[in-house]
Structures are given as structure tokens and as C-alpha cells.
Design a protein around this ligand. Structure first.
Ligand SMILES: Nc1ncnc2c1ncn2[C@@H]1O[C@H](COP(=O)(O)OP(=O)(O)OP(=O)(O)O)[C@@H](O)[C@H]1O
Ligand SMILES: O=c1[nH]c(=O)c2[nH+]cn([C@@H]3O[C@H](COP(=O)(O)O)[C@@H](O)[C@H]3O)c2[nH]1
Ligand SMILES: NC(=O)CC[C@H](N)C(=O)O
Ligand SMILES: [Mg+2]
Length: 527
């Protein structure tokens, strides 16, 4: 069982028609200080309306509205009095549902396209120039606007490129305002939210903290809570939030599973405990994890094992906490985790998305979980969590730390995880981290996994002799929220230094390679 927080009584729903990045639309809405959630287009209209949405946004999608089997728009969504904004496919679906015409015109537009706005005082375009550049990606177009709809923009391939109806509060654009390349995209979206839908834009880190603290208080009552604390951004912020809500009813548990980078356990104690005075238990579970992982090289299997062992450790910790004299026998019913929205989405827990990989704290959890999970950050993106952390006064050194995955080095060894391989990887990782920090690249780089290709060997020459060692991969990435990423262009001299040092100082490694894949198609971690 899990307590999913609610972050606003009346969310803006983004209806996902199979858009490449419906999440991106939700982010843009949140950037306008309005809470937003993504729902699949297959959700029943009645269920969507039951959420009492403050507004509805219809996303783009790969289908054509006139095709048989294309995802449909339930007309009741347009008649409920809720403000609606359609983009691309969502716009076309509105046109069709309201009695206009959508056709394949043979005049597709892809990429930056000039648009002419005919009314720069309209709800959507107020305060913008009449000539603007918009990002298009469509083969179909509206050739006749629905009756009663005012056409407020055109492009050469889309005679009806935007429409507005202030009375029914229905709006739409043929382009993608959520994409950065639409020069006034965010303004159009904000105009819809604030002017069209009349929302107040008061969803701020301050209000989020207040609301989450209240919810945690209410859920926990006078019970005792454990928090899985890794010292990373997410769990540190979650712990600080719960500490604010229930004070010393909180005990944090840090699991040393042997898959950590060098110096990690000490860092948690030094930084977080010092800053917050939180009660911390460090559990040495190195042997338990290594034994459980023996002989396993399949990535999903590793993730599931790690997720399961994590929970076993917490269960034992819960018994220890209850058993200890100062706890007056109150059972520990709750486990706090720093799960974020991307963890949920990628584990297939989002909106009908595929299971890419089971994040240990979501898809990797055992079925017989004894705790009620409290995941206050479950609907937030990383940058939002960082804002919440700053609001709570979490030290900046922790708030801006690079992410490190819960399963740790266990999913950075391609092949079986052994104590010896962990030592090799830890040594290589420490060098890479040291040099990247020394080069001042920590803020530019989102994170830089170092991956040991343990099942691959390559021939080298060192000291006039043949070596037969392993390659390690450097995977520096830049990202906004880990949902998409690009490989970071680390200066050659920094790469050269890392390579030289690793091959000189880590005997078993005789090759350093650079991963130059974006996400998608790659993911950030190799497993
Ligand atoms: N070594 C650990 N001990 C206890 N809990 C852990 C450990 N590693 C991960 N967790 C739990 O799993 C959750 C997810 O891990 P994840 O790495 O995504 O978050 P994080 O470590 O808190 O932050 P970051 O993403 O910045 O590393 C954490 O928030 C924490 O609750
Ligand atoms: O706590 C975690 N448990 C996991 O099981 C897990 N898998 C990936 N990651 C981190 O999530 C982000 C996205 O990673 P991927 O592109 O590899 O999916 C990156 O920041 C990864 O480091 C995890 N974090
Ligand atoms: N990006 C989109 O939403 C495309 C909509 C539709 N498939 C078209 O080609 O016009
Ligand atoms: Mg982490």
C-alpha cells in the first residue's frame, strides 16, 4: 500500500494521446506555477472529470483523427464547462469533435515554421508579435474551423493554425507550444492557463511544502516512521520534509549494501546528520546483498533482488527500532522513500508507459511489503524537489548533489557483481569523479556513471607486456530531469587525464571508452 500525496485539489490534466513527451507539457504547466498531471487518453472521461480538473490539455499524438481506431476525444470533455486547450493531435481532435474538418492536405510542416497571428489581443496571443516562429510536426491539418470558433493564427500549411472561443473557453493550436523552439510557446500556454482558464498560478515550492507537511502529519499521526536515507537529493529532501512534519518520530536508515562509491557512507553521516540532527541508523548489509546477487547477471533480475533485499533490511531495522527501549513499543508502520515522478514513469507506473527498467524503489519492491509507503515526492521532478529542498533549508551541497541510483554500482557492472569487480569499479569511479570535480564540471554534468564491462576483455600493451583487461565506460550526461539526456561534451584534456589515470592506477582496466549516446535511444545507466 502506498500513500500518494495530492499536490493540488484541482489539477490541470494533460491527456496523453501518445505524444513523445507528454511529461514535457506537464513540466511547462508547472513552470507556470500550476499543478499538472498526465493521464492516458484511454481513461474514461467520467474518471477525468471526477478529478475536478481546473483545465484540460490535449496532447499531440502519432495518429490521424479520421483514421479508424484513432484515440478519440470524448465530446463530454468539451461540454463540461472545463477550459480545454488542444495541441497538434489534440487540436485536430477538438476541430473534428466540434464539427470542423481535418484532412491530409499534402502540406505537412515539420520543424520551425513562421506563423501569422491575426489578433494580438486575443486570449492566447495577448502581448505577442503577429509574426512568430512555431514548432510544427504535422501531416494533417484543419481545413475548416468549427462553427463559432475564431481563427487567430495561420501558417502556409495550416489555414486554421489556432482557434479560440472565450465563451466556451475552448482553445487550440496546431503547433507544439511546449517545445522550446516555439518562441512564444510558454507565453501561449500561460495565457491559456491564467487568462483563458483564469487560474492563479500559486503552485510554488512554499505552498507545496506546506501541503505535503500537512499530509504527512495527518497520515502518520503519533506512529513511528522509518526513512530510507541514501544521502542523495531525493531521500534527504523527503527526510527533511517528514522531520518537519513529525519531528523525532522519524528514524532514518542508511543501508550500506556494498554497492556504494568510496566515501559515501561517511558522507551521509557527516553532511545530513550534522545539518539536521536526525536520528540515523547505518546498517551494514554488504554480505547479505553480495550473497543474494551471486551468479546473477541479468539487469532486471539484479534490480529485483536489490529492491527485495532493501526491504528486508528495513523490516529488520523496524524490528530493532521497536525493540529498543526508548521507542515505547509503538509499531513502525510507515516507510518513507524519496521516489520521484520519473522513477514511477520509467517503472511502467505512469500513464500506460512501457516498463523500461524497474527502479529498485518502485518496480523492484517485493509483493509482501510490510510497510505503508510514504512517498511525498512521488509526483515531482528533480528540479522541483531541489526547490522544495531549498525551501526546507536542506544544505546546498546536498540539494545540488548529482544523482546516484539506489542499486548503486550493482547496475554499473555489466555481468555478475562480485566483491573484486566492485573494488575495480570503485577505484575507477573515484578517479573520474575527482577529475570532473577538479575541472569544475559538476553543475554542468547531471551525473557521470562509470560502467565496468566485466564480461568483456580487451588486449592492451603496458610496460612492453601484453595485458588482457577490462574496459570501463564513461557516461557523462546533461539533463533537466533524467527523462531525456544528452552526452556531455567534456573537454578532451579532462577525458585524457581521466583515461590516463584510470589505466595507470587501476591494474585490471586497460581501456577507457566514452559513451556518446543521447537518451533516448540510450538510457543513462547501462542496466
Ligand atoms: N543506500 C541506501 N540506503 C537507504 N535507502 C536508500 C539507499 N539508496 C537508495 N535508497 C532509497 O531509494 C530511494 C531512491 O533512490 P534514488 O537514488 O533515486 O534517490 P536518492 O538517492 O534519494 O537521490 P538521488 O537521485 O539524488 O541519488 C531513495 O530516495 C531512498 O529512499
Ligand atoms: O534510485 C534509483 N533506483 C534505480 O533503480 C535507478 N535506475 C536508474 N536510476 C537513476 O534514474 C535516472 C534515470 O536513469 P535511466 O536513464 O538509466 O533510467 C538516472 O539518474 C539513474 O541514475 C535509478 N535510481
Ligand atoms: N504531432 C502530432 O500531434 C501529429 C498529429 C497528426 N498525426 C498529424 O500528423 O497531423
Ligand atoms: Mg541515490
Amino acid at each position: 500500500m502506498s500513500e500518494t500525496p495530492h499536490l493540488s485539489d484541482r489539477p490541470v490534466l494533460v491527456v496523453d494521446f501518445g505524444a513523445q513527451y507528454a511529461q514535457l507539457i506537464a513540466r511547462r504547466v508547472r513552470e507556470a506555477n500550476v499543478f499538472s498531471e498526465v493521464v492516458p487518453s484511454t481513461m474514461a472521461a467520467s474518471e477525468m472529470l471526477a478529478k475536478e480538473p481546473a483545465a484540460i490539455i490535449l496532447s499531440g499524438g502519432p495518429s490521424s483523427v479520421y483514421e479508424e481506431g484513432a484515440p478519440s476525444l470524448d465530446p463530454s470533455l468539451l461540454e463540461a464547462g472545463v477550459p480545454v486547450f488542444g495541441m497538434c493531435y489534440g487540436f485536430q481532435a477538438m476541430v473534428q469533435a466540434l464539427g470542423g474538418t481535418v484532412e491530409r492536405t499534402g502540406l505537412g510542416e515539420y520543424g520551425s515554421t513562421p506563423a501569422q497571428v491575426s489578433d494580438t489581443e486575443s486570449t492566447l496571443f495577448n502581448g505577442q508579435p503577429s509574426d512568430q516562429s512555431v514548432w510544427m510536426s504535422h501531416g494533417d491539418a484543419a481545413t475548416a474551423a468549427p462553427e463559432g470558433m475564431r481563427v487567430t493564427a495561420t501558417t502556409s500549411g495550416a489555414p486554421v493554425a489556432a482557434f479560440e472561443d472565450d465563451e466556451r473557453r475552448l482553445y487550440g493550436v496546431q503547433w507544439h507550444p511546449e517545445v522550446m523552439h516555439s518562441t512564444f510557446g510558454q507565453r501561449v500556454l500561460e495565457n491559456f492557463l491564467l487568462r483563458g482558464a483564469g487560474l492563479s498560478g500559486d503552485w510554488t515550492a512554499h505552498n507545496v511544502v506546506e501541503s505535503l507537511v500537512e499530509q504527512v502529519k495527518e497520515t502518520v499521526g503519533d506512529k513511528h516512521v522509518l526513512c530510507a536515507l541514501s544521502g542523495g537529493v531525493d531521500s534527504s529532501v523527503a527526510a527533511a520534509l517528514v522531520q518537519r512534519a513529525v519531528g523525532d518520530q522519524l528514524t532514518c536508515v542508511f543501508v550500506d549494501h556494498g554497492l556504494l562509491r568510496s566515501g559515501e557512507a561517511e558522507q551521509v553521516e557527516k553532511e545530513f546528520v550534522e545539518a539536521t540532527g536526525v536520528d540515523l541508523v547505518v546498517v551494514d548489509a554488504k554480505e547479505q546483498f553480495l550473497n543474494a546477487l551471486a551468479g546473477v547477471s541479468d539487469p532486471e533480475e539484479k534490480r529485483k533482488i536489490i529492491g527485495r533485499e532493501f526491504i528486508r533490511v528495513f523490516e529488520q531495522a523496524a524490528r530493532d527500532v521497536v525493540g529498543s527501549a526508548e521507542r515505547d513499543g509503538h509499531p513502525v508502520e510507515f516507510l518513507v522513500q524519496g521516489t520521484l515522478y520519473p522513477d514511477v514513469v520509467e517503472s511502467g507506473g505512469g500513464t500506460g508507459t512501457a516498463n523500461i527498467k524497474s527502479h529498485h524503489n518502485v518496480g523492484g519492491l517485493p509483493d509482501d511489503l510490510q510497510f505503508t509507503l510514504i512517498e511525498p515526492l512521488r509526483l515531482l521532478f528533480k528540479d522541483e524537489v531541489r526547490q522544495v529542498g531549498l525551501e526546507l533549508g536542506v544544505p546546498e551541497g546536498i540539494v545540488w548533489r548529482q544523482p546516484f541510483p539506489g542499486p548503486g554500482l550493482g547496475i554499473r557492472i555489466v555481468g555478475e557483481v562480485t566483491a573484486e569487480r566492485l573494488d575495480i569499479l570503485r577505484a575507477a569511479d573515484q578517479i573520474a569523479r575527482h577529475e570532473l570535480t577538479a575541472a569544475g564540471l559538476d553543475r554542468e554534468i547531471w551525473q557521470c556513471p562509470v560502467v565496468l564491462l566485466a564480461d568483456v576483455r580487451s588486449v592492451g600493451v603496458q610496460g612492453d607486456g601484453r595485458t588482457y583487461g577490462h574496459p570501463v565506460v564513461l557516461r557523462p550526461v546533461s539533463s533537466e530531469d533524467a527523462m531525456t539526456a544528452d552526452w556531455t561534451r567534456v573537454p578532451y584534456d579532462v577525458l585524457a587525464k581521466i583515461s590516463t589515470r584510470i589505466t595507470n592506477e587501476v591494474r585490471e582496466v586497460n581501456r577507457v571508452v566514452l559513451d556518446v549516446t543521447s537518451k533516448p535511444p540510450g538510457t543513462i545507466e547501462w542496466e
